[in-house]
Design a protein around this ligand. Structure first.
Ligand code: FAD
Ligand code: NAP
Ligand code: MG
Length: 456
C-alpha cells in the first residue's frame, strides 16, 4: 500500500537517510508514498551545516548547530561511510581518515544531490505542534514558515522525527558561577578556539565535547586546559598543558574549587555537560523521554515509538556509528511503513526493548559499547536490503580508534584506515593534525592533489 502520506521533521543526516531510503525504492520502479520533509534551517545537513551564530537563528528560533570552526571528524570516516555511496566515489581520490567538517558536509551532500530530495524539503519551516487524531489515525502537524511568518497545518499517516539530540544544552549549576568574571558558556555555543588563546580554561564534563574542545584549545594556544569530571576521567595520556581533575564544588570569583580539596584560578569556563533530548513540538504522550544512551526506552528496534506505532524516531541513540546507522534505521523504517516488515504486539515489543536495554546495562567499556551498537546495526541490516557491509570490521576499527586516542590524543587523527565498503586505503593527510590550522575543503583537497602530483 502506498497511498499514504509521510511527514519527516528535520533534514539532517537522519532525515536525509529517510529520503534516500524512499528514493532507492523509487529507483527500482516501485511506488512510494507521498513524502514531505520540513527543515527549520535554510539548508540541509543538520549539525554539519555550520553556523557562526549562537543563541538564535536569523528568524529567532533556538539555534540548532553545536559544531565549531576547526571541527574534524572525531572517528575514522571509514566507520561512518554510507554503504551505497563511498568516499572514493564522491572525491574520486583517496583522502585521509579524519576529514574536517566541511569535507564531511560535502560528502553528505554528494549523495543526496544525486536525487531529487530537495523537491521534498521545505526549508525555513519549523514544526510547532503535533496532535494525533485517533479517529483518522493521522498526525496533524502545525508548522511555521519562518520566511513569510505564516502558520499552516498538514496531515500525515506516519511521522518521522529526525531532529537530532545534541542541540539543547544540559546546563547544570555550580555555586558561585554567576559571579565568575570571565566567559561562561556551554559547548553548544562554542564556535572556535581562537578566543581562548592564552587563557586558562576550565572544562566541565568528561566526554567527547570536553575532550575535543580541550585539545582544540590546546592546539590553538590556550595557556592551560583543565577538565573536571563527574563520574570518570577521560584518562588518556594528556600532554603537558592539559590535565584532569575531580568535579568542581563551587566558584569564588575566578577561583574554582574541586572535590579533591584543591582550587585554581581560571579565565573562562565551558560546560561540556551534554545535551537534552528535547521535542518542544510533541505532546508529552508522544515525546521520547531518555538520556543520551545506546538504547533509549520506548523505541522498538530503536525506531518505532512503542506507544504510537505510526510515530518513528531516527538517530536518537548515543552514537558510535552515525551516518550508516541512520541509514539502516531509515531502510527499516521505510520497509515497515511499506508494510514489508510486520511488527509484533505491544507486549512483545516491550520485551524486545527490555532485552536490548538489559544488554546495554551489562556493557562497561568503550569496546562493549561498540559491540552493542554493532549488534544493533547487524540486526537492522538483516531485515532490509540496505547494502550489506562488514560491520565486524568496522567494529574492529572503532576499537583501534579507542586505543589510538588512549595512546595519543594529539595525533590519533593522523592514523589511516581502510574502507570496508570498497577497500580503499586512506592516505595520511599532507599535514599532521596538530600543525594543520586550516580546516577548509579547498586546503584539504588542493593540497592532496599537489601531493599526488608530486608523488608521480
Ligand atoms: P542533526 O544533525 O542534529 O539534524 C537535525 C535537523 O533537524 C537539523 O537540521 C535541525 O535544524 C532540524 N530540526 C530540529 N528541530 C526542528 C523542528 N522543530 N522543525 C524542523 N526542523 C527541525 N558525528 C560523526 O559521525 N562524526 C563527528 O565527528 C561528529 N561530530 C560532532 C560534533 C558535535 C559538536 C556534535 C554536537 C555532534 C557530532 N556528531 C558527529 C554527531 C552528529 O549528531 C551526527 O553526525 C548527525 O549530525 C546526527 O544527525 P541527525 O539528522 O540525527 O541530527
Ligand atoms: P555526552 O557524550 O552526552 O557527555 C556528557 C558529559 O557531561 C559526560 O561526561 C557527563 O558526565 C557530563 N555531565 C553531565 N551532567 C553533568 C554535571 N551535572 N556535572 C558534571 N558533568 C556532567 O555529550 P558531549 O560530550 O557533548 O558529546 C555529544 C556528541 O557530540 C557526541 O556524539 C560526540 O561524538 C559529538 N562531538 C564530536 C566532536 C568532534 O570532534 N567531532 C566534538 C564534540 C562533540 P557523566 O559521565 O558523569 O555522566
Ligand atoms: Mg539485508
Amino acid at each position: 500500500m502506498t497511498n499514504f502520506k509521510v511527514g519527516i521533521i528535520g533534514a539532517g543526516p537522519s532525515g536525509l537517510a529517510m529520503l534516500r531510503a524512499f528514493e532507492s525504492e523509487q529507483k527500482k520502479g516501485n511506488p512510494i508514498p507521498e513524502i514531505k520533509c520540513y527543515e527549520k534551517q535554510d539548508n540541509w545537513g543538520g549539525m554539519w551545516n555550520y553556523t557562526w551564530r549562537t543563541g538564535v537563528g536569523k528568524y529567532g528560533e533556538p539555534l540548532h548547530g553545536s559544531m565549531y570552526k576547526y571541527l574534524w571528524s572525531n572517528g575514522p570516516k571509514e566507520c561512518l561511510e554510507f554503504a551505497d555511496y563511498t568516499f572514493s566515489e564522491h572525491f574520486g581520490q583517496s583522502i585521509s581518515s579524519y576529514p574536517p567538517r566541511e569535507v564531511l558536509f560535502d560528502y553528505i551532500q554528494g549523495r543526496i544531490n544525486q536525487s531529487n530530495a530537495r523537491d521534498y524539503i521545505q526549508f525555513n519551516t519549523v514544526a510547532r505542534w503535533v496532535d494525533y487524531l485517533e479517529d483518522k489515525q493521522q498526525f496533524r502537524v502545525i508548522f511555521d514558515s519562518l520566511k513569510d511568518n505564516r502558520t499552516f497545518e498538514e496531515y500525515f499517516d506516519y511521522l518521522v522525527v529526525g531532529t537530532g539530540h545534541f542541540s539543547t544544552p544540559n546546563f547544570p549549576y555550580f555555586k558561585g558561577i554567576e559571579d565568575f568574571p570571565g566567559a561562561v558558556m556551554h559547548a553548544h555555543d562554542f564556535r572556535g578556539a581562537d578566543q581562548f588563546k592564552d587563557q586558562r580554561l576550565l572544562l566541565i564534563g568528561s566526554s567527547y565535547s570536553a575532550e575535543d574542545i580541550g585539545v582544540q584549545c590546546y592546539k590553538h594556544g590556550s595557556q592551560s586546559v583543565t577538565i573536571a569530571y563527574r563520574s570518570n576521567p577521560i584518562g588518556c595520556n594528556w600532554p603537558e598543558g592539559i590535565k584532569e581533575k575531580s568535579l568542581v564544588t563551587h566558584f569564588e570569583g575566578s577561583k574554582a574549587f574541586f572535590k579533591d580539596g584543591s582550587s585554581e584560578e581560571f579565565d573562562a569556563v565551558i560546560l561540556c555537560t551534554g545535551y537534552q533530548h528535547k521535542f518542544p513540538f510533541l505532546p508529552d504522550n508522544m515525546r521520547l523521554k531518555t538520556k543520551n544512551r545506546l538504547y533509549p526506552d520506548d523505541l522498538y528496534k530503536g525506531v518505532v515509538f512503542n506507544h504510537n506505532e505510526r510515530l518513528l524516531y531516527l538517530g536518537m541513540q548515543d552514537q558510535y556509528y552515525t551516518f550508516n546507522m541512520f541509514d539502516t534505521q531509515a531502510w527499516f523504517a521505510r520497509d515497515y511503513m511499506l508494510g514489508r516488515i510486520a511488527i509484533p504486539e505491544k507486549d512483545s515489543r516491550t520485551k524486545d526493548i527490555k532485552k536490548w536495554m538489559d544488554y546495554e546495562e551489562k556493557t562497561k567499556t568503550g569496546a562493549d559499547h561498540v559491540d552493542f551498537q554493532t549488534d544493533y546495526i547487524k540486526e537492522l541490516i538483516s531485515m532490509t536490503d540496505y547494502p550489506d557491509f562488514n560491520v565486524d570490521k568496522v567494529s574492529d576499527m572503532f576499537k583501534s580508534w579507542l586505543k589510538d586516542k588512549e595512546n595519543n590524543i594529539l595525533n590519533y587523527r593522523d592514523q589511516v584506515y581502510r574502507s570496508v565498503m570498497d577497500g580503499t586505503q586512506a592516505i595520511p593527510h599532507h599535514t599532521a593534525w596538530m600543525d594543520e590550522m586550516d580546516d577548509s575543503l579547498e586546503k584539504y583537497l588542493e593540497e592532496s592533489v599537489v601531493e599526488k602530483a608530486e608523488a608521480i
